[in-house]
Design a protein. Structure first.
Length: 86
């Protein structure tokens, strides 16, 4: 293995370890929310501020607006079928 290959391996390994750590944190958070049980959607949304941008975007895409009143800022939401089952 060349020095360049070793360096690339180390960089890739570091990135993969970071991704694995992030995934494990998310799984622990989901498990904690599942154990709390009684109001899963409320509990889930309480963790919104600690989510990374990708997770926030995915969650927001589950709740698209039906109508937006640009004068008042009011909007009505359409729950995605997956989200409405929670």
């Amino acid at each position: 293995m060349t020095i360049a290959n070793k360096k690339e391996y180390r960089v890739n390994s570091k990135c993969l370890k970071k991704e694995l750590s992030d995934i494990n944190k998310k799984l622990k958070s989901i498990d904690k929310q599942r154990q709390q049980g009684d109001r899963p959607i409320v509990t889930f949304l309480q963790g919104f501020s600690s989510m990374d941008a990708t997770d926030k975007k995915h969650l927001v895409n589950l709740i698209p607006p039906l109508r937006v009143d640009y004068q008042t800022g009011d909007m009505s939401l359409d729950l995605n079928t997956a989200l409405s089952k929670i």
